[in-house]
Ligand binder design. Structure first.
Ligand code: HAM
Length: 431
């Protein structure tokens, strides 16, 4: 029997390492963030897309054989039909696969809110299951679309109250620019391999760009004069990048060019960008990122089709909100709480009638005492409490107490109580 099987354990189960439960009241904020994004993306012409949580591993391998994500972090397994499957480590490859499969009309603008799985070393702000809000626009290479995508992410952060973040932008140029740059960087690094952290020096031959992402101090120090892709862009790519930056300026979106921003995924061409929160610990301070991936659809077997998009981690965004003290969301409150000390049948029926009339209502269970039920009513945030005791039951009435206005109290006929409460709540809404 395995060590962790339920019968051999004395400890209760916990969520797997690197995952977390999202519980009320925190979950209300989570929902509010998704709802804010849904409204914003929908209002910009993006439709909701939902793709499977797992795919043939080949789909994700197209993200780049040289990336940590593909080499080390994939949650992959053989299913019972011997298919090599992987849990989605990021959203873009799945969306591009769906595009190739369904060939929708372009530009195809879609958004998602979905879990991603990466076998990373867990720490604050870095999880093995994290959740991304993202969007992808496939089928246009207009630089104004890059601006649209960046502006939407920027405005999402602003709308939830974040202020202490910076936008870094870069261009990887065309696929040819990128290839040439990779060769230049490889050569430059080879000569200086001794100055790099050995773990980074080992990547020079196969994945020189990954060295540029390094967080190791020795390597960072050695990279001061590394060739800058922005100095090596071909004419049209440079013009394109200028147009993107002009667009951001025109929209009042401050940004800094960071020529070392190659990002951790290999599919990027032209624009890449990241939003970094200054309120978070530097190691996990990137709250969102994205860019253009003009070769990805082809790599997945589709026609030559450009694309651009972003992903932003819900957990990290909420951590940044905590750090800045913004985006507090009220827990959902009910309008009416029903207190029934006569056995619960009236409460059972009345809450259902109220809910069917569109009124948020709750009640206590387990035949608790009047005092305990009234405490729950207070905690529920309800404006009105409907009380049914033996006297009310006998008289066919309900006592309605207003918890917000001096506990003002009236007795209503049981049969008309839902209508009367409906009217009263509507009147209060208008005051
Ligand atoms: P990414 O930079 O790998 O890009 O992830 C996007 C965001 O997801 C990060 O900025 C971060 O906020 C969050 N994130 C990533 N890994 C973790 C983790 N282990 N724990 C917590 N949060 C995490 C992408 O995934 C691309 N698909 C973005 C994109 C869309 N590019 C074009 N379109």
């Amino acid at each position: 029997m395995s060590e962790s099987s339920p019968t051999s354990r004395s400890e209760p189960f916990k969520a797997p390492v690197g995952t977390r439960d999202v519980l009320p009241p925190e979950s209300a904020r989570w929902q509010a963030l998704v709802a804010t994004f849904a409204l914003q993306a929908g209002g910009a012409g993006y439709g909701f897309v939902q793709s499977p949580m797992f795919e043939d591993i080949g789909v994700f391998n197209r993200v780049g054989e040289g990336t940590d994500l593909v080499r080390k972090e994939m949650y992959d397994f053989l299913d019972k039909g011997e298919r090599h499957i992987a849990l989605r480590p990021e959203g873009t490859a799945s969306v591009a696969r769906a595009f190739v499969q369904h060939r929708p009309t372009t530009p195809w603008k879609v958004w998602y809110a979905a879990p991603s799985f990466r076998y990373e070393r867990p720490q604050a702000g870095r999880y093995r299951q994290h959740h991304q809000l993202g969007l992808e626009a496939i089928g246009s290479d207009d630089p104004d679309l890059d601006v649209e995508v960046i502006a939407l992410l920027h405005d999402l952060y602003v709308s939830i109250g974040l202020r202490r973040f910076r936008l870094l932008v870069n261009s990887m140029g065309t696929a040819e620019d990128r290839l040439r740059y990779v060769a230049d960087v490889r050569e430059w690094l080879s000569v200086r391999a001794d100055h790099l952290d050995p773990a980074d020096a080992a990547k020079i031959a196969e994945h020189p760009l990954r060295v540029l992402d390094s967080k190791r101090p020795t390597t960072i120090a050695a990279l001061v004069d590394v060739p800058r892709i922005t100095d090596r862009l071909s004419g049209p790519a440079a013009e394109r990048f200028t147009r993107v930056r002009e667009g951001l300026d025109a929209l009042g979106i401050e940004h800094v060019v960071e020529p070392r921003l190659v990002r951790g995924l290999d599919y990027y061409t032209h624009t890449t960008f990241e939003f970094v929160s200054d309120a978070l610990d530097a190691a996990q301070s990137t709250i969102g990122g994205g860019g253009r991936y003009d070769g990805l659809v082809t790599a997945l077997g589709g026609p030559d089709t450009p694309g651009v998009g972003f992903g932003t981690g819900i957990e990290r965004v909420l951590l940044a909100c905590d750090a800045e003290g913004v985006f507090a969301v009220d827990r959902p409150l009910v309008d009416v709480y029903v207190v029934d000390t006569t056995g619960g049948a009236v409460a059972r029926d009345l809450v259902t009638e109220l809910r069917r009339a569109g009124i948020a209502a709750d009640r206590a269970f387990d035949a608790r005492s009047m005092k305990s039920q009234m405490k729950s009513a207070d905690r529920s945030g309800a404006a009105l409490v409907c009380i049914v005791g033996v006297d009310e039951l006998a008289a066919g009435t309900v006592t309605v107490r207003d918890l917000r206005r001096d506990h003002d109290q009236t007795t209503l006929d049981r049969a008309g109580v839902v209508g009367a409460i409906s009217e009263r709540l509507a009147r209060q809404d208008h005051q």
